[in-house]
Design a protein around this ligand. Structure first.
Ligand code: ZN
Length: 142
């Protein structure tokens, strides 16, 4: 287990803009505010989304398109550095008109309405590196 210590930095609440892409909007906020590491949660609703399931054997994402309005019942994630830029990693639980849920790695989503809570974390750089054992970009030793 690789463990790091951080101090709490600034804390943000943001209403995301209608018809924008949720992941890029969070990344843009991080870049604009100089946030290199953080954790966040979002609740709201999306017009459409794309989830993904990571096939551990094939070591590739299988996309799950969600082409309908859907509640963003829960979304949590983190921000760390990949290729020198803030990289957003988010997972989401989406709920349909019957309250049925689907979930997974959130690749993208078009915002209908969304409220973001973002906690900046201060400390050493947390950098994603390619991990041959999983095929994923995970937090490295640097
Ligand atoms: Zn993921």
């Amino acid at each position: 287990m690789k463990v790091r210590n951080f101090e709490q930095g600034r804390c943000f609440l943001a209403r995301l803009d209608l018809d924008t892409e949720i992941i890029s909007q969070i990344a843009d906020l991080a870049k604009r505010e100089g946030i290199k590491t953080g954790v966040f949660s979002v609740i709201g609703a999306l017009k459409r989304a794309e989830l993904a399931y990571y096939d551990q054997t094939a070591q590739e994402y299988r996309t799950i398109p969600v082409e309908r309005p859907i509640e963003l019942a829960s979304c949590s994630g983190n921000i760390s550095l990949r290729d020198g830029q803030p990289f957003v990693h988010a997972h989401a639980v989406l709920a349909d008109s019957e309250g049925r849920i689907i979930g997974g790695h959130l690749m993208k989503g078009d915002v209908f309405a969304a409220e973001l809570y973002l906690q900046e974390l201060l400390g050493e750089r947390l950098i994603r590196e390619h991990d041959p054992a999983t095929g994923l970009y995970l937090w490295g030793d640097r």
